[in-house]
Design a protein around this ligand. Sequence first.
Ligand code: DOR
Ligand code: ZN
Length: 346
Amino acid sequence: MSQSLTIRRPDDWHLHLRDGAMLRAVLPETTRHFARAIIMPNLVPPVVTGAQAAAYRDRILDALPDVVDFTPLMTLYLTEDTDPEDVAAAHASGLVSAVKLYPAGATTNSASGVKDFDKVRGVLERMAEIGLPLCLHGEVTDPEIDIFDREAVFIDRVLDPIRRATPGLRTVMEHITTRDGVDYARSQDDLGATITTHHLVINRNHLLVGGIRPHYYCLPVAKREEHRLALRAAATSGDARFFLGTDSAPHTDANKESACGCAGCFTATNTMSILAHIFEEEDALDRLEAFTSLNGPGFYGLPPNETLIRLTKGDAVVFPDRINTEAGPVTVFDPGMPVHWHVSTA
Ligand code: DOR
Ligand code: ZN
């Protein structure tokens, strides 16, 4: 018997589109299913000012295939020199939907991020006043802290102090990867937490057992199985704090399959099929729409999309192994299992 499910069109609350040739090649992979996405600002150089965000939004809109209905929701990259008034103006004009905080050195193109959190206090206070959300890459960079513990330590050392010092600041814990992240999110109000597709599928064994798999390397790095299970429980719970942010992050194969490979899994192409598979496994297909299409707009104060997509169960879906770009091929995330959910626009 064929099974099908119709849900509101999903949004991606954490996406890397890059620029130039890479942008042009990966954008259709997202717009095929998603109506809106929060666009990460970690370009080289980063998108720091309102003027830079406006120019980047124009480049994204220029790269959009004709008649495609897609809204990029822009973000600013927070630096220690960010001007609170520039942020407030970018928010007031409707240009930006959030500000992104990268601890300096935490991940790809984060060198201009924040080292001393006291130096961004003024910006954070202004954001709390105007209701502009802060998206956080939640890992400490202290070399003494083991990479598998960096998220849990960030919650204690950085996130919780920021939230206590800045009442009313709306924060998004991005791409949570641990039970600690899930527990903290559940304990808070005015807070969202995004979960990626790949962290629902892989644990650290997938990355390291039987040979190192560079296409499963991302940041925050995948953790133990108990953490993956906590993420699956959170994502499929229906709890409005948890929503999809794929962190789909294209790098060319040459940059992934290298002695010092880049972090990032490219999941834009097959995310919705994989999620339907996971939610079915968890007996939670009735909560897929909350995770992909309702909870995120709820947090950001936007209406859910009016248009629909249909997911239909059938033969195993055949995805391309890689997307060709003028910069080189980009490998599509391999979930390591057949997925049978086909996506069509309803
Ligand atoms: O895996 C990741 N890739 N994590 C990040 O935080 C950044 C991203 C990228 O930009 O490649
Ligand atoms: Zn990211």
